[in-house]
Design a protein around this ligand. Sequence first.
Ligand code: DLL
Length: 433
Amino acid sequence: MNDLILKDFVDRKALEKIQLARLQDTVTRLYENVEFYHKAFDEKGVKPRDLVTLADLAKFPTTIKTDLRDHYPFGLLAVPQKDIVRIHASSGTTGKPTVVCYTKKDIEIWAETMARALICGGATEDDIIQVGYGYGLFTGGLGAHYGAERLGASVIPMGGGSTEKQLMLIRDFGTTVICCTPSFFIHLIEEAEKIGLDLHDTKLRIGVFGAEPWTEGMRDLIQQKTGIKAHDVFGLSEIMGPGVAMDCEAHDGLHIFEDHYYPEILNPDTGEVMPPGEEGELTLTTITKEGMPLLRYRTHDISRLIYEKCSCGRTLVRMEKVRRRSDDMLIIRGVNLFPSQVESVLLTVKGVEPHYQLVVTRTKAMDELEIKVEVQPAMFQDAVKGLEQLRAEIGNHIKQIIGLNAKITLVEPGTIERSSGKAKRVIDLRNQK
Ligand code: DLL
């Protein structure tokens, strides 16, 4: 394992040299192989050779989520399709998902950075790691899985959900590390309490929690109720998946695996690079990715970079825990959701009006989504059965396309408050400390 650990402690000057060489290689590959970037570079009047220092990156174009949508599904590939060995997807702003593609080497690097993340959280090859993130198009399950295997640990590919089974495996298999969303883990704690299982009495010692924002208050609660160490793992599909950054035992920001993911902080309004240490929009460039490298991808996650040395000795820069986003993306039980996606779904259903509101609440750490939607007057004259069918139809569509169970409330026309400016589509009643 030592080869992996060493990478987190390299001399920063040496690291910057590596980053520059990798960035130069990335911009060259993008310019030569991806039409979208070739055009974007030309429009900005930059050529790959203009990247002489790391600071020169600021002259290059950024990438946003809609660029991925506009080239759906495979328009941003930098290699021939035959070199792609894996395809994942995450939520787009409309009905179409955001697609990401990996070569064999990309998967190896992802496994490496996720393994380094697990080590950063204190895991070793002796651990039994239960992966409670969803497997499938979502990157959580397979990302954590490959990282845990790369570490050499014993992996339990449990997947998301199935509370009772999760608890049974923790107890019977002697799980020592669990990877899942923090809200799901709080749900597990509550269910364990109900069946009289004290997680202090199990072998569980580390939690690798991410895919959604969570607070220091939640960390304290988890640690105190279970005796485990709760770590924060950050990542996003567009860049790779889980394991872009992870917090160490100091719990003072997340170390970014910046020999593969190069971070910048931009002013979310102007797109200018912010001075070191200031808060803004985390922007990431993949500097070793082959399949679908992204240049200066604007994550919409608000954070800041911490360059001071960490007490753990890692030289990798840290990003402050992400607490909020600069756009309207909601994360509900680990599922990303844009109000516009709900709108696209609603517009496909006969009998509803384009007036809706999403109400998000939190009951005992579990997020609940209610979708209030106005229905056409004629629907209310129909039998109750018709309304019931409509409710079920909307619920099924939302489940199918977005992957969430939502409570659907049908309301009479004119009930949802109209606004003279931007419609208030979201009422988020979760209190994020
Ligand atoms: O959520 C990848 C992931 C899986 C990360 C498992 C960690 C664990 P996406 O579905 O593309 O990918 O969602 C990415 O989720 O831009 C953040 O807004 C949010 N997010 C992810 N991790 C954290 C975290 C995965 N630790 C989006 N804290 C990102 C706060 C997070 N927000």
